[in-house]
Every structure is written in C-alpha cells, then in structure tokens.
Design a protein around this ligand. Structure first.
Ligand code: SAM
Length: 244
C-alpha cells in the first residue's frame, strides 16, 4: 500500500455547495505503477480513521504505537498533509494512508462502509455562525455518512473546546438509535492527543470529550431520525483531458 494519496484537480465535489473541492477519483484506485492486486484486501484488518488530522501529531503517534493496525487520515489543508507525509516517511511508517481532500466526499463516493474500529474527530471546525452551521462535520444530515465507516461495535472518539457545538453533538448522537454515548470525564488517559488539545489544555479551556459506540447496521431504522429527511449526493464532473 502506498503511503499517501493526493486528490488533485479534475473534478468537482458537489456533496454540499460549501464543500467543493477538486477531486480526481483515479487517485483513489490503483494508479501508475500499481496493480489491483496491491489493493486486494486493503480494507481488511483493524482500521482507524481520523478526519481533520491538522498537523497530524496524534495520527502519527497512534500509527507508530500500533503497527498491527492501519490508519487512514483526511486533511483538506495541503500544508498539513505534506507536513505529516514528511514526518511519517521520516519515521518509516508503513501503516498510514493519508488523503488530502474533503473527507465527506471520499466517504460518500469512494470508500467502503463499515471497515473501521475507531473514528477520531478532534476539534473539528465549529462554524459558530448559524448560517454556517450546515458546514459542520457532525450534523444530523452527515452523521450516518460519517459514522458509516464504523463497523458494528466501532467507536467514535471526539473532542471539542467549542462547548455549544459539543453539546449539540451529544444531543445529535444521543438521538441516534444505533449509538451509545459516554462522556469522558476529564482528560483522556493518554493525555493531550492533538496540537489543539495540548494548546487548549495549557490555556485551561474547558474541553468536551466523548466516546460513542456504534451498533449501527445498514438497516434504515438505525439511521438518525433527522438525517433521514436529508439527501446527500455526490457527483463528479470529470473534465475531458486536454487535447494532445
Ligand atoms: C481546528 S483544526 C483541528 C486539527 C486537529 N484535529 C487538532 O485537534 O489539532 C480542524 C482541521 O480539520 C480539517 N478539516 C475540517 N473539515 C474537514 C473535512 N471535511 N475533511 C478533511 N479535513 C477537514 C481542517 O482543515 C483543519 O485542519
């Protein structure tokens, strides 16, 4: 398995108008010099996913600490993506797949369902203005898509310093018929995980942390009650290659 994949220009993400990102699906399937065999069984085994890894401190630490597991990280900011790629290569990591791109797009259009044991989301952008809240990563309309990576029994691990958003996330998760939510009282046993967490703990900011265990299956009765009324769709507009 190659270490990183790169979403590049060539398509448009229409998942949500606010989340348009260039994407080329060819980069997610065996490309130059790779055979389909190299990808066979790639989703087997224990997988953990992090959405919005930022500078990648936790994802790298976790990948190094658990060489028997595989890790998939999403980050839209190229600078952070390149930073983690460089550090991961320097450490000789071979169980980490990095995607620079919009996680919701990849989750809706490309990735298989129910392959991960843990989904990490730490300090996601809170989008505090009410007109921007539909851009939030965890929203009733996106929840089933995001949690769709978890296999039954898999867990979402989440933290935010934006308590209003955190409380809304708790409310959304608790309304989900396939989730069992547990608030983490105080810091994680392993201490500050990400850069944001370390910084905010030093500043003494309150942080809401939780774990939610999923028993969700593809059964429609197991979807979020508010999410069911929404429609999520993803379309790629592949531009034809330029004339030779
Ligand atoms: C506030 S930062 C937190 C970074 C890191 N998790 C931490 O705790 O230090 C949120 C990060 O998530 C990334 N991000 C937000 N939405 C994303 C999405 N839908 N797909 C991929 N990355 C996303 C942003 O680019 C940003 O780097």
């Amino acid at each position: 398995m190659r270490l990183e994949m790169l979403f590049s220009a060539g398509g448009q993400n229409r998942l949500l108008p606010s989340l348009r990102q260039p994407l080329n699906l060819d980069d997610l399937i065996p490309g130059d010099g790779e055979s389909a065999d190299e990808w066979a069984g790639v989703w087997d085994g224990e997988w953990e996913v992090e959405i919005g890894f930022g500078k990648g401190r936790y994802l790298l630490e976790r990948a190094l600490a658990h060489p028997e597991r595989r890790f998939l990280g999403f980050e839209v900011v190229s600078k952070y993506f390149r930073m983690l790629r460089r550090r991961a290569r320097a450490h000789g990591v071979d169980n980490l797949l990095l995607v620079r791109g919009e996680a919701l797009y990849a989750l809706s259009a490309v990735l298989p369902k129910a392959f991960a044991s843990i989904l990490h989301i730490y300090f996601p952008d809170p989008w505090p203005k009410s007109r921007h809240q539909r851009r939030r990563l965890l929203d009733p309309k996106t929840l089933d898509l995001v949690l769709g990576v978890l296999r039954p029994g898999g867990e979402l691990w989440f933290a935010t310093d934006f308590i209003d958003y955190g409380e809304r996330v708790v409310e959304i998760l608790r309304a989900h018929p396939g989730l069992d939510v547990e608030i983490q009282p105080g810091p994680w046993p392993d201490g500050a995980r990400t850069n944001y967490e370390a910084k905010y703990m030093q500043e003494g900011r309150p942080i809401l942390r939780l774990r939610a265990r999923s028993s969700t299956t593809a059964d429609p009765a197991q979807l979020h009650p508010e999410g069911k009324i929404g429609v999520l769709s993803a379309v790629t507009n592949r531009r034809p290659p330029p004339p030779a």
